[in-house]
Design a protein around this ligand. Structure first.
Ligand code: NAP
Length: 337
């Protein structure tokens, strides 16, 4: 006899107007449909809270479809296989996939991968060894291509992507400068992530471009951009000839409203023979295993470190997102279910 399983989930109740707030979400308790041949049931243990969720719950132009009203909020999660009708996945396998904000998820194995256990929390597979760390690895290796001794600036330097990027650049012998939104984050970057200099952009004692100029007296060779907006404008005033700008994120820009007009960059790019290139990491998953095996070793031997900011309870997922967008997370924002 089939026993109906219930699963608590967080669904999208309304679209942000314009900011994401707790009222945009509601908890529901839904029946799980029966599993079909080729599928397996996952008990979700951790959810990855990402700035991109803000984009996915809006209808503004994006690289993917918007979550529908009433739909379970999209996110990556880590969980264990509870029951399986799929030959490739067995009960007990620890996997990462697009499980959404819910306790249980049924998967057919698409866009799912198994993770390895090591001398670190298994949840690192959603952060430093997940898409965040992989984004840092990809941006550095495929766009930034830094050389020893070059000056690199990383924005949101204490965040999940930023803290990984800062350390990866440092491994290659670069001078690494970060921008962050609090003194606590600045201290973390200096003490834990090996940044050489950190700028708190919320400290308004001098304009950001002057602070950057002071921190980078030889100019900037590579900018790993997690935020866009005025920080990018300030970097462009200090970019070196043959500089590279890696466009990873634009969290400082509004999603639905027209972004504020900034200075034009085409002449700077031309005169400096600089390049600016964006990427969406999901386009490059064929490189993930390669990056994972490289970074796994470094995380396992403690030479690449990470910090997590974990909320407990599915009902805290929306709060986690609001908090992340307000810059209140200190490390990779996760929800433990
Ligand atoms: N291209 C891709 O495929 C890809 C993949 C993963 C992530 N990303 C992007 O990478 C960036 C970092 O993601 P993450 O997961 O590592 O998040 P995170 O950096 O851990 O957390 C977000 C941080 O953004 C900063 N922030 C928030 N509002 C800001 C504002 N108005 N101006 C400047 N900074 C602001 C805050 O740090 P401060 O307090 O320091 O300001 C906040 O803590 C995001 O833009 C994300 O969308 C892109």
């Amino acid at each position: 006899m089939f026993l109906m399983r219930r699963s608590r989930c967080v669904v999208l109740k309304s679209r942000p107007n314009p900011n994401v707030d707790l009222g945009n979400f509601e908890m529901e308790n839904r029946n799980l449909r029966p599993m079909e041949q080729g599928e397996f049931l996952v008990k979700v243990e951790y959810l990855s809270i990402d700035p991109a969720i803000r984009t996915w719950i809006n209808t503004a132009a994006s690289y993917t479809d918007a979550v529908p009203i009433g739909g379970v909020v999209r996110s990556q999660g880590l969980g264990r296989v509870l029951e399986s009708k799929n030959d490739k996945y067995s009960v007990g396998d620890i996997i990462v996939g697009w499980f959404g904000w819910q306790e249980y998820s049924i998967s057919n194995g698409q866009d799912v991968y198994r993770v390895k256990e090591g001398k670190f929390p298994i949840s690192y597979n959603l952060g430093i060894l997940g898409l965040a760390g992989f984004s840092a690895w990809w941006g550095l290796n495929k766009i930034g291509m830094p050389k020893e001794g070059e000056t690199v600036l990383v924005s949101s330097a204490a965040g999940s992507v930023g803290s990984a990027a800062g350390q990866l650049f440092k491994r290659l012998g670069c001078k690494v400068v970060g921008t962050v939104g609090s003194q606590e984050k600045a201290d973390l970057c200096l003490s834990k992530y090996q940044y050489d200099v950190v700028i708190n952009y919320k400290n308004t004692d001098a304009p950001i471009d002057e602070k950057i100029k002071q921190a980078c007296p030889n100019g900037i060779d590579v900018y790993f951009d997690n935020v866009g907006g005025v920080t990018l404008d300030a970097v462009m005033k200090n970019i070196n000839t043959f500089g590279r700008v890696i466009l990873c994120g634009t969290i400082s820009l509004p999603i639905t409203a027209a972004p504020p007009q900034g200075p034009r960059v085409e002449r700077t790019l031309l005169i400096k023979r600089a390049k600016m290139e964006g990427f969406v990491i999901l386009d490059h998953m064929d490189w993930y295993e390669h990056a994972y095996s490289e970074m796994f070793e470094w995380v396992n031997n403690g030479s690449l470190v990470s910090k997590e900011d974990i909320f407990v309870g599915l009902e805290k997922a929306a709060e986690g997102l609001v908090r992340l967008l307000a810059g209140q997370n200190l490390g990779k924002q996760l929800i433990k279910i």
